[in-house]
Design a protein around this ligand. Structure first.
Ligand code: ATP
Ligand code: MG
Length: 451
């Protein structure tokens, strides 16, 4: 192991200044863990015996933000980098499964380490001491194990968010949750109901964007259903339809696992079929169908994301992706060729950027159905190429790109809702190649479609 790993200069400065003022100070948490794994380090967390007021004094010439002063945390901005500096702490009783009833600052690193969640997050580092590992964290990082410090059950009872953090770290780092923690995750999952929506959301998004997200979702459906109870109906819901071989939850997890680790994409895939169990019905031949499931799934997505207090932009994007995930982009007569007209119509609903995202979603969705129905990567590359081409050619797919506008329609006697209606007809006609996108042709078209 490298003894002097590459931490950002801000980390070194923070430690030197605290040491210079006579305090103990160590890097701890994610950046130390990442350095042991040989990965570039992210956010810098420092732990110290200096109390917050002393920290503020040491860094009086820097910008200091009192991020969590009650918990002993201040953020110092060093060369543009935020460094979180937290006073050694030991936590009192936790009676609400969320917060310690009281905290007290403590004198020793060893006490501070014991209040932390996992061994991999409790290795300290300073340039004088090298790594200080009081809980066996280095060995657990080497063997890729998520292990609680002390009894997993008690640690999850103290702060139930740790249940989700265990799964998040396992997903992101590809670590295995050790058997004690695994059993406690299942046993304690209902305590997650005591945790705020914001904290749940943050960890869930990180979990979903991990390289092993699909593995975690497969292994811990019970936890996912605690966080998102609407998923419950999907687990084990068999799709008696010739396109499918998996139940709705398994299909969902597989589709998500095929996708790139991007927040909106992963959320949309998690939710894309969530309305299927409610939409399901049998035809006369005994085959199951799910008509209307995208709209139902979109409605449920909106509710779930509101409950988890997602920002409006993310909510809108993900809901649209769910809404249009099943929109056909090939003609029934030639399912192997992406259809430019359909793609343009989809672009008119979603815009080009979201449409590209949808192609990725459709690909992963399709790949997770019965294998013989997979259209192949090539089909989806061609669909993406079609979007690029439509954009580059400046082809018309939105009302703004039409050669006529509302004022033109009104001059011809359209008003109110009918104005929007005739412009939509113009757009459809242009997209479908029934009318040329020129003023002359479209004025003529509007005159001929007055009814
Ligand atoms: P990331 O790479 O996401 O920043 P991290 O390990 O640094 O990972 P943070 O959420 O930034 O995670 O927390 C910093 C450190 O604080 C953790 O490594 C851990 O030691 C401690 N910690 C954070 N949240 C908890 C918690 N809920 N319970 C116990 N310790 C925690
Ligand atoms: Mg961190």
């Amino acid at each position: 192991m490298r003894i002097n790993p590459d931490f950002p200069p801000a980390a070194k400065t923070a430690l030197e200044m605290l040491h210079g003022a006579g305090f103990e100070a160590y890097l701890i948490g994610g950046s130390v863990r990442d350095s042991i794994m040989g990965k570039p380090t992210g956010d810098i967390d420092v732990t110290t015996n200096a109390e917050p007021s002393a920290v503020e004094k040491v860094f009086s010439s820097f910008r200091v933000v009192e991020t969590g002063i009650r918990h002993g945390t201040v953020t110092v901005i060093i060369g543009g980098e935020p460094v979180e500096i937290t006073t050694y702490r030991s936590d009192g009783e936790y009676s609400d499964n969320r917060h310690p009833d009281s905290i007290s600052f403590s004198k020793s690193l060893s006490e501070d380490v014991r209040r932390r969640d996992f061994t991999m997050n409790a290795v300290a580092f300073s340039y004088e001491t090298g790594y200080v590992d009081l809980t066996g964290g280095i060995e657990d990082i080497r063997s890729k194990t998520v292990r609680c410090i002390g009894s997993a059950q008690s640690r999850f009872h103290e702060d139930a968010l740790r249940i989700l953090r265990a799964l998040r770290f396992s997903s992101v780092l590809g670590f295995t949750v050790d058997s004690d923690a695994e059993a406690a995750v299942h046993a304690c999952k209902d305590l997650l109901n005591n945790i705020s929506a914001e904290r749940i959301r943050e960890e869930t998004v990180k979990l979903l964007c991990g390289e092993n997200a699909a593995g975690i979702l497969k292994e811990f459906p019970d936890v996912m259903c605690t966080v998102i109870p609407e998923l419950e109906a999907c687990v084990g819901f068999e799709q008696k339809n010739r396109h499918h071989i998996f139940d709705v939850y398994t299909h969902t997890v597989k589709a998500l696992g095929f996708s790139r680790p991007q927040k909106d994409t992963r959320l949309a895939l998690l939710f894309h079929d969530i309305g299927k169990p409610r939409a399901a019905f049998f035809d006369k031949k005994g085959e199951m169908h799910f008509n209307g499931h995208p709209a139902l799934s979109a409605e449920m997505t909106e509710k779930i994301m509101t409950r988890l207090r997602f920002d409006n932009l993310t909510k809108q994007r993900v809901t649209s992706l769910v809404m249009y995930h099943d929109y056909p982009i090939a003609d029934l007569s030639d399912e192997q060729t992406p259809d430019r007209v359909r793609i343009k119509k989809l672009m008119s609903e979603t815009g080009a950027e979201l449409c590209r995202e949808l192609i990725e979603i459709k690909k992963c969705d399709n790949k997770a159905q019965k294998p013989e129905f997979y259209r192949g990567d090539e089909f989806y590359s061609r669909a993406l190429a079609a979007i690029d081409e439509i954009e580059q050619n400046g082809e018309c797919y939105t009302r703004e790109k039409l050669a006529v506008n509302g004022a033109d329609a009104e001059k011809l006697g359209f008003s109110g809702k009918k104005t929007g209606g005739i412009l939509k007809l113009c757009l459809d006609a242009v997209i479908e190649g029934r009318a040329e996108n020129s003023r002359k042709a479209l004025l003529e078209f509007m005159k001929n479609n007055k009814e």
